[in-house]
Design a protein around this ligand. Structure first.
Ligand SMILES: [Zn+2]
Length: 197
């Protein structure tokens, strides 16, 4: 335990996801002991990420404009939409360089325990995107865990009525895991081996 500001900052970092008290302490001491650590750049970026970054009005990915860089890119294949739970999953899939289509971020997964139902996800906006017949395949890339599987099953039933191929990423992804933590090779292979639902 420290006095005043040092402890306040440790507590503040410690509240962030994935940072325990030890890591928080390490960060604060790194700042204290590094004379040229650019505190103002860090604080500006923190303010900027809150003020200037929003979610793409089409796909829900993070973006500094109304439409994200992927949705704005005319070279992307508009007949393919990859449905993911989280904007972090978009980044994970982009790193594989296997996928050249567009994305749709649901903003979570169906979880009765957490009280998250289909209406809490960006499913209506997905259906809107599919309405004009441009999209020929929807790839369900929700996480390979209970909630992700439930969400994929729900969506595949919903999409069954449309003339669209619905596929799910191949197995090989660690079951129970998060897509964002899968390595690029595994995730890339899962894309190549996606199966019809
Ligand atoms: Zn977008």
């Amino acid at each position: 335990m420290y006095d005043g500001i040092v402890q306040d900052l440790i507590d503040e970092f410690g509240r962030l996801p994935g940072i325990g008290p030890k890591s928080a302490q390490r960060i604060v001491f790194h700042i204290l002991q590094t004379p040229n650590f650019d505190v103002s750049r860090l604080s500006h970026l923190l303010a900027d990420v809150r003020d200037k970054v929003r979610f793409c009005e089409i796909c829900g990915n993070v973006s500094e404009q109304e439409r994200c860089a992927i949705c704005r890119d005319p070279r992307r294949n508009a007949t393919l939409i990859c449905v993911v739970e989280d904007a972090k999953d978009v980044a994970a899939i982009e790193r594989t360089r296997e996928f050249r289509g567009l994305y749709h971020v649901l903003g979570g997964a169906i979880s009765p325990i957490a009280g998250i139902g289909p209406d809490d996800l960006r499913i209506a906006s997905l259906m809107q995107r599919l309405a004009d017949g441009t999209v020929q395949e929807v790839i369900l890339a929700t996480n390979p865990n209970l909630e992700g599987e439930a969400t994929a099953t729900y969506l595949s039933r919903l999409l069954h009525t449309l003339q669209i191929t619905v596929t799910r990423l191949a197995s090989g992804l660690p079951v129970g895991g998060d897509l964002e933590y899968a390595d690029e090779v595994t995730l890339g292979r899962a894309f190549e081996g996606r199966r019809s639902m």
